[in-house]
Design a protein around this ligand. Structure first.
Ligand SMILES: [Zn+2]
Length: 404
């Protein structure tokens, strides 16, 4: 294994150094960007597991904690990264919500909702690219399965968890080998682990660590193959995640059904966070009661702290319950407290932080940088591919800090 680490490291160092010394003036016109999202990969997993490939990436590129948006859930954050907008601005305000503007419910398991473009605001990066003549390919990123503003990436796939991770890696490699005129220059792909195992086995379990190590081996395969490409030295690679994972405990469990009458709410989406759409006449009463429930914080929509950038979108419920870390919340007639893993909490707490690794001709080398907000991904890709960005919530300074 040690030989592989050195091999991968030398390969990156040697090739990137060569590329640096020989960059053509119009370098960005033939630059490629490959972004992989590993769902629920917590920022400290590499310290808990044996991850030689990620460690190599950090040595030749940059590593930082990646701060999710609130709520720290999958769909809201993948689409925030894609558009550079906070969920409050792009409209996918949770994995589950009621959209007053459409009079429709969004849930991530509902095909019809997920493929309805009306839910998706802003301009995803693949549309920005395609609109400006840069071909994009996408393997499962949230939002890529639907024509936002009538557009989709040139290559995209309907989500199917049965497609192996290795198969996805091979597809991305195959796209990079396409003839020049067909070859995408923005490639994004997605893997739904270690999120699933983190939920079921908790982030502290040996099963989660094993999965993290398997994913690192997949990355080793991917980069070993990628370096055979004659365009390898023109590819900026990123490996990142959408949020972390926290353990919750049965003794902290809250069932809102013990405190509130269900028929006083038009819609309830429980979990982390819990969105409560109260009947207007009941809001004040519910708010008073919820303030005395242990292990949670409750906010009126218009009083949510500014750090969350959350509360202006019409789809957000008039009361929002944010469980404290270690707590799971439900609103069920029958429920059973248990141990598990969850995310969706305060996006600033350490266990919610995600990973960001980047290596390639554009990135600084060997630097561990301060945490960056994940809404910067959109602007970053625009810089890498020389695209004119749509309005977004990224900041030039944070993006510039990653680049040479
Ligand atoms: Zn996720």
């Amino acid at each position: 294994m040690k030989n592989i680490i050195i091999f991968v490291c030398l390969a990156f160092c040697a090739i990137f150094h060569f590329s640096c010394a020989n960059s053509p003036k119009n370098a960005k016109a033939d630059r490629y960007v490959v972004v992989l999202s590993l769902d629920g990969f917590r920022s400290d997993y590499p310290e808990m597991a044996h991850t030689p490939t990620l460690d190599s990436l950090a040595r030749v590129g940059v590593r930082a904690d990646f701060r999710p948006c609130f709520p720290s859930v999958t769909f809201s954050n993948h689409y925030a990264m894609a558009t550079g907008l906070h969920p409050d601005h792009h409209g996918l305000i949770n994995n589950y919500f009621y959209a007053e503007d459409l009079d429709k419910i969004y849930t991530i398991g509902n095909r019809e909702a997920v493929s309805n473009p009306d839910f998706y605001g802003g301009e995803p990066i693949w549309n920005t690219a395609e609109r400006q003549g840069v071909k994009a390919a996408n393997f499962y990123w949230v939002g890529s399965e639907t024509p936002v503003n009538g557009r989709q990436p040139s290559i995209w796939k309907p989500f199917a968890s049965s497609v192996s991770f290795r198969n996805r890696a091979d597809s991305v490699l195959a796209w990079l080998r396409l003839p020049l005129e067909e070859r995408p220059r923005l490639l994004m792909w997605y893997i739904e682990e270690p999120d699933a195992i983190g939920h079921s086995a908790t982030p502290d379990s040996s099963a989660t660590i094993r999965m993290v190590e398997e994913l690192d081996q997949l990355l080793n395969y991917f980069f070993t193959e990628a370096r055979q490409l004659d365009i390898f030295d023109r590819i900026d690679f990123m490996v990142l995640s959408d949020h972390g994972m926290g353990t919750y405990y049965p003794e902290n469990y809250v069932n809102l059904n013990d405190y509130l009458p269900r028929d006083s709410f038009d819609y309830v989406f429980d979990g982390v966070p819990t969105l409560l759409y109260t009947k207007e006449s009941y809001r004040e009463t519910a708010y008073e009661i919820l303030q005395h429930v242990p292990n949670i914080e409750v906010y009126k929509k218009e009083e949510i702290p500014a750090k969350y950038h959350y509360g202006t979108h019409p789809r957000i419920s008039n009361l929002v319950v944010i469980p404290k870390i270690g707590t799971y919340v439900q609103f069920r007639a029958n429920s059973s407290p248990r141990l598990g893993g969850a995310h969706g909490y305060d996006n600033y707490v350490p266990t919610m932080q995600a990973i960001f690794y980047a290596a390639g001709p554009s990135f600084k080398s060997g630097e561990r940088l301060p945490a960056i907000a994940n809404v910067n991904l959109y602007l970053l890709i625009c810089k890498l591919l020389d695209l004119q960005p749509a309005p977004n919530d990224g900041t030039e300074e944070e993006v510039a800090g990653l680049l040479k």
